[in-house]
Design a protein around this ligand. Structure first.
Ligand code: GCB
Length: 608
């Protein structure tokens, strides 16, 4: 059975789960000293007997849990362990260990034996442990997580050993500028590499024969298709689907695992500002020959259609102008760890701002957030973890394909998801990028023919990009007035219009501006404006909006997203002062001056 997770955990008559959130025993190996833990079989040991053991909350990044630079900057293995009593009552279930996100590479052990490994953060995976479980007794779950990135990973990092260049000079017998073993790992991306068990861990309990996946394709005019796959399903068993409308009234019942139908008087799912985000539920049952219930799953979804042409995106045949944010899953203390409070605050601020759209820059966000976007009518551009790619070897392409599959399998039934972003700012000016991305774009189209596919461009230009003609929609990030022509705010309007017109002329496709903006340190005010002041950020945004108005009128752009929703942590570099400050909110989610400018604009656009 594949380790890919299609359906979220659920409690019902036939299934249940344990949420393993809380404190786990934690041991950190010394930075980058090989595989000491694995070689010495730490997975067979009780980690509480280790002198240096401590505890670590899950879900949470471990990096900011102490006033300890070594923990923050750790590169290599960390170990998590937890004991769980699994009741005799669970004897009839098949049991799976499920991880919503482990950054970056995880090896999972159950009762001292390896049960599986997974590469890549921000996407869920599961391993069956039914045969290894000791019912009515203590079971030991051990997870080794390694955050090392290199050119062979996605995202990529420059990983260089610098302490082994032996040099003899006649006068000093100098060995190297660096101490032996010194290395540097620098991510090719602009956010902190928060690591560990970043999202919830579950023991999932499913019946012996269970529903493995449900694919729903429901359009706003009532066309409805479903396809159910299951594990262990036998022909004499029956699949029954029940469709419930937003009021819970049954509107359809069919006895087939795969089928299509026409539903009348549909209440479509609309993004905010266009209508209500109505949600339907498909209940799927598998019944045995004697009609007894084998498994059941309730999947929420919406009737909505996404279309696109060379000007814009349409939702339910009406033009949809995306107004919103690039953002990050990022907050003080828990880093990128899932937190329902931060998520709720973010979504409430979205509504306050008048946004209708965001991009999960630069990795898929927790499924809880996508589900909440369904409920609130906020459109989502779902992005893979492939940010900043510079090299395009075959092995990376295969890994990238795994991420596309895991992402689409997880989120395909969410009406809020309107587009798949294959990558953010890859170096698509390189020739070899074309074959690399063609395979990924084809794969996304095959896995989901209903949504447009995009790449978010940064380094490439209209005249050297090797991939943009393969896309449905083009996204571009542009920093006029910041990385280009700092201080010349009055040029922004002209530059942005010029740049985007050229993309439009060359490719003739719908274009969204997915990033623009400036850093500002909250409370730093300067009149006249200088860089890093709140005024500069605000004025840059206002000037860019002038260009957007021109481009909108010419039907050149189909959406605009500020970079960034909130300030966020990055690695150390000369252009960052305790992180990236392009947020229109501070890291603790208080508005800067620019937030009010943006709010006025967004609320106005939302009503149009
Ligand atoms: C970009 C990247 C984003 C950075 C941003 C910046 O183009 O896509 O990850 O954070 O620029 O602020 O430099």
């Amino acid at each position: 059975l594949s380790i890919v997770c299609a359906l979220h955990v659920q409690r019902n008559d036939k299934r249940t789960f344990d949420d393993l959130s809380g404190l786990w025993t934690f041991v950190r190996e010394t930075t980058n000293t090989g595989d000491i833990g694995i070689e010495n079989k730490w997975f067979e040991k009780d980690l509480r007997e280790f002198k240096n053991h401590t505890v670590m909350p899950v879900p949470c990044a471990y990096n900011d849990m102490a006033a300890d630079a070594e923990l923050r900057d750790h590169v290599g293995w960390v170990w998590y362990q937890r004991n769980e009593i699994i009741s005799q009552r669970d004897n009839d279930f098949r049991l799976f260990l499920r991880f919503e996100s482990a950054q970056y590479f995880a090896v999972v052990y159950f009762n001292g034996k390896e049960v599986g490994r997974h590469v890549g953060g921000h996407l869920p995976f599961q391993f069956e442990v039914t045969k290894q479980v000791k019912f009515g007794a203590k079971n030991v779950i051990t997870v080794a997580v390694n955050n090392t990135l290199s050119w062979a990973t996605i995202p990529q990092a420059d990983f260089n050993y610098m302490g082994n260049l032996e040099r003899n000079t006649s006068r000093f017998e100098l060995i190297s500028r660096y101490p032996p073993g010194f290395f540097k790992m620098v991510g090719l991306f602009d956010f902190f590499n928060y690591a560990g068990l970043l999202r919830t861990v579950y023991i999932v309990k499913k019946p012996k024969i269970f529903i493995d996946d449900i694919t729903i394709n429901a359009e706003h005019l009532g066309s409805f298709k479903w396809d159910v796959t299951s594990d262990g399903y036998q022909l004499k068993q029956q699949c029954i689907v029940y469709l419930y409308d937003p009021d819970g009234k049954e509107v359809l019942q069919e006895q087939n695992c795969t089928g299509s139908s026409q539903v009348s008087n549909v209440r479509p799912w609309w993004p905010r500002g266009m209508g209500d985000p109505d949600l339907y539920t498909l209940k799927v049952e598998i019944r045995a020959a004697d009609a007894s219930l084998v498994d059941v799953y309730n999947e929420e979804f919406g009737f909505r259609t996404v279309k696109w042409d060379n000007e814009q995106i349409y939702i339910n045949d009406r033009p949809f102008y995306c107004i919103g944010f690039g953002m990050h899953e990022d907050f003080e203390i828990h880093g990128r760890g899932y937190d329902a409070a931060v998520m709720t605050k973010d979504m409430n601020l979205f509504e306050w701002m008048g946004a209708n759209c965001y991009r999960t820059s630069h990795y898929p966000y927790a499924e809880e957030r996508i589900k909440e976007s369904d409920r609130r009518g906020i459109a989502v551009i779902l992005e893979t973890p492939a940010v900043g790619l510079k090299g395009f070897p075959k092995a990376n392409q295969l890994l990238h394909m795994q991420f596309v599959e895991e992402m689409i399998k997880r989120d395909k039934n969410h009406p809020a998801v309107i587009m798949w972003s294959i990558s953010n700012e890859p170096h698509t000016e390189k020739k070899e990028a074309r074959a690399y991305f063609k395979a990924l774009i084809d794969q996304a189209h095959t896995l989901d023919p209903t949504r447009p596919v995009t790449i978010v461009y940064g380094p490439s230009n209209y005249d050297n990009d090797q991939t943009a003609d393969l896309l449905d929609v083009i996204c571009v990030n542009r920093y006029y007035g910041w990385y280009i022509d700092m201080g010349f705010l009055e040029n922004i309007n002209r530059s942005v219009v010029y740049d985007l017109m050229l993309w439009k002329e060359k490719f003739g496709k719908a274009i969204l501006v997915t990033e623009y903006g400036a850093d500002s340190l909250d409370g730093l005010t300067q009149e006249p404006a200088v860089d890093f002041s709140e005024q500069y950020q605000d004025e840059l945004i206002r000037e860019t909006h002038k260009a957007f108005d021109v481009l909108r009128a010419k039907k050149v752009i189909g959406g605009e997203m500020i970079w960034n929703f909130a300030d966020f942590m990055t690695g150390m570099t000369t252009t960052r002062a305790v992180g990236n400050h392009k947020g229109v909110f501070t890291r603790t989610r208080q508005p800067k001056i620019a937030a009010y400018t943006l709010r006025k604009r967004y609320l106005g656009l939302l009503q149009q």
